[in-house]
Write a protein that binds this ligand. Structure first.
Ligand code: THU
Length: 134
């Protein structure tokens, strides 16, 4: 099975487990790390709405807990009317662990629909260099 198919299947599977009783909008995310390992995450909502977390955040947390620190590819899937794109906060989360070759796939119930670099979606990510004052 190729990488795209594996990412898609893993994200679809974890999407089913999403805890989204308030929005009813289930999202799944799968990451392939630079070490060749797969990690998944789903959205986890909360009655105190701002406490909810996105699928991408869950997948990144799983990657870090698994000992990896670089995202080779990330796929996000939902079944909404429109495609789901990583939200602004998640793009920044992804930027922390992405490289210039990281691929971001956007998928729906039919399969992968779009393929991006992080720069396409977040051209001016806030990076460590920006912390410098001179
Ligand atoms: N959501 C994600 O998990 N990832 C995204 O990229 C966009 C939004 C979730 C958060 C919330 O549980 C639900 O989708 C509706 O906003």
């Amino acid at each position: 099975m190729d990488i795209e198919q594996k990412l898609y299947e893993q994200a679809l599977k974890v999407r089913e487990k999403a805890y989204a009783p308030y929005s009813k909008y289930k999202v799944g995310a799968a990451i392939l790390s630079d070490k060749g390992k797969y990690y998944v995450g789903c959205n986890v909502e909360n009655i105190s709405y701002p406490c909810g977390t996105c699928a991408e955040a869950g997948a990144i947390a799983a990657m870090i807990a698994g000992g990896d620190k670089e995202i080779s590819a990330l796929l996000v899937v939902s079944f909404g009317k429109n495609l789901v794109y990583p939200c602004g906060a998640c793009l920044q989360r992804i930027a922390e662990f992405a490289t210039s070759t990281t691929i971001i796939y956007v998928a729906d119930k039919e399969g992968i629909k779009k393929k991006y670099s992080l720069k396409d979606l977040l051209p001016n990510a806030f990076k460590e260099e920006e912390l410098s004052n001179d």
